[in-house]
Design a binder for this molecule. Structure first.
Ligand code: ATP
Length: 324
């Protein structure tokens, strides 16, 4: 492998820049050329690339977002789109790729590798943390800290006004953000897609808290909660059934993706990306790097896509005990 391409794809996450930097600098360290593609697969299809060297990535380790930008590419879902991407890589003399993104990005990579034979390594970057083969994906830790800081602020106003706040956080299919930020911010209840606690239980729990003398409460709701109501309907339902509560809703939305990456995410991105380049130089392909029990490891992309990263359900028990 003499020339490695790198891109960021799917939803952006804080720490992607630290990953790009580490890929580029590791290539430089091993005297291997490096090419960046803009906007993920879309830039590969359009042939939008830039030669990168150690100096191209200065002052980015502390920046959120991704200097290579990201996209969701419809074109890459088609055979013609992928063929154009392969032609562009050949034209650029790129003989292996590093893909920084989530499971959709790896699924695209899997198809691309089968059709066109480019060796590739996936680096998990998504705030949702829903990737098998790694305890943590890049961006998740920063997102958690952002959410906890936001809930701390909401708590100030909740307790000044005797209010119940429903806070919706990201995680359509996975409750990692809700569960951990909920515990970190001391939420009363945490509603996640993996576990339907039911509306009755929610009402019981809120009523119990009120009787126990709590003057304000925070309920963290994952956007993909399966209780069958969106966060606004949930608040209306509670208002109707527990008239003592003044229920409000805050949807945190895209602030969760932004901001300066935490130190944890920078170190994680650096470690994963050094390993990704080293695997390619070692002749390995179609793997995803991950961190398990603080060791950098790898598994096949197939495994990463087939496996399911489960939440730690013990955290629900912890939350229940602590909201007494
Ligand atoms: P996040 O978890 O943050 O959403 P992601 O990587 O899962 O990130 P997606 O939008 O699902 O984000 O995937 C990124 C891109 O990968 C898609 O826009 C598409 O171009 C490509 N892709 C996804 N699935 C496939 C597939 N089956 N075949 C080809 N390309 C795919």
């Amino acid at each position: 492998v003499r020339r490695i391409g790198v891109m960021t794809s799917g939803g952006d996450s804080p720490g992607m820049n630290a990953a790009i930097r580490a890929v580029v600098r590791t290539c430089a360290y091993y005297h291997t050329e490096c090419v960046g593609y803009y906007r993920g697969y879309q830039g590969m299809i359009n042939g939008e690339s830039v030669n990168m060297n150690a100096r191209s990535v200065r002052n980015i380790i502390n920046q959120g977002g991704t200097i290579l930008q990201s996209a969701r590419s419809k074109g890459f879902l088609t055979e013609e789109g992928r063929a154009r991407a392969a032609e562009n890589l050949k034209r650029d003399g790129v003989d292996a790729m590093i893909l920084i993104g989530g499971d959709g990005t790896f699924r695209g990579g899997q198809v691309f590798s089968k059709e066109h034979g480019f060796p590739l390594i996936g680096v998990p970057g998504t705030i949702d943390n829903d990737i098998y083969g790694t305890n943590y994906a890049i961006g998740y830790d920063t997102a958690l800290n952002t959410v906890v800081e936001a809930i701390d602020k909401i708590r100030d106003t909740a307790s000044s006004h005797n209010r119940l706040f429903f806070v919706e956080v990201m995680g359509r299919d996975a409750g990692f953000i809700a569960l951990n930020s909920g515990i970190g911010a001391g939420a009363e209840e945490i509603l996640i897609p993996e576990e339907n606690l039911g509306l009755e239980r929610l009402l019981d729990s809120l009523e119990r808290s009120r009787r126990a003398g709590k003057t304000s409460s925070i309920v963290v709701v994952s956007e993909g909660d399966k209780i069958g109501k969106n966060v606004f309907e949930l608040a209306d339902y509670v208002k109707k059934n527990l008239p003592n509560y003044d229920a409000r809703v805050t949807v945190l939305g895209h602030i969760q993706r932004g901001g300066r990456p935490s130190c944890f995410d920078r170190v994680l991105a650096s470690r994963l990306s050094v390993k990704a380049v080293e695997l390619l130089l070692d002749g390995k392909k179609d793997l995803m790097v991950g961190m398990l029990n603080n060791e950098i490891v790898s598994c096949s992309l197939d495994q990463a896509l087939k496996g399911k990263h489960n939440i730690n359900k013990d955290l629900l028990r912890i939350s229940e005990i602590l909201s007494t």
